[in-house]
Design a binder for this molecule. Sequence first.
Ligand code: FE2
Length: 180
Amino acid sequence: MRTHHQKHHQAYVANYNKALEQLNEAVEKGDSSRVVHLQSAIKFNGGGHINHSIFWKNLKPVTEGGGDPPHGALGWAIDTHFGSIEALIQKMNAEGAALQGSGWVWLALDKEVKKVKIETTANQDPLVTKGASLVPLLGIDVWEHAYYLQYKQMRPDYLKNIWKVMNWKYASEVYENEIA
Ligand SMILES: [Fe+2]
């Protein structure tokens, strides 16, 4: 996780800042084709920064309440839409394991219809690319760099264990703020 934070996330931030600088230059020069060319670097690295910033908030040591299941409004919403927390975890793990290549699996709130749902995004696409009304409650990084050092190629084992340090309190707070 330290490598993930200090090397991988740091690289997204550095490359995002570089792309933004280049974008400013291109805008000043009125270089439209350069502006368009820079969009993919901005999306990839900016998305990487957005996604990882959420990811760190989603994790908490067991000694500080990591893994404690949600109660209150979010717990109720999950029971209503998925049957139980266990059923949600099983479904998210299945979608995360099935995701081809690199990406993210999300527990999202769709603000428009006020429903919780599971979404996946490819590469570093942030959740908002799937819909402007989607708010990320939990995001799990299923890039190989997230688990390879500890789990080798066993993405399902990583997915199974990450719930032990899931910060449901954070997800509940976001849910309650958005739904209010
Ligand atoms: Fe990552």
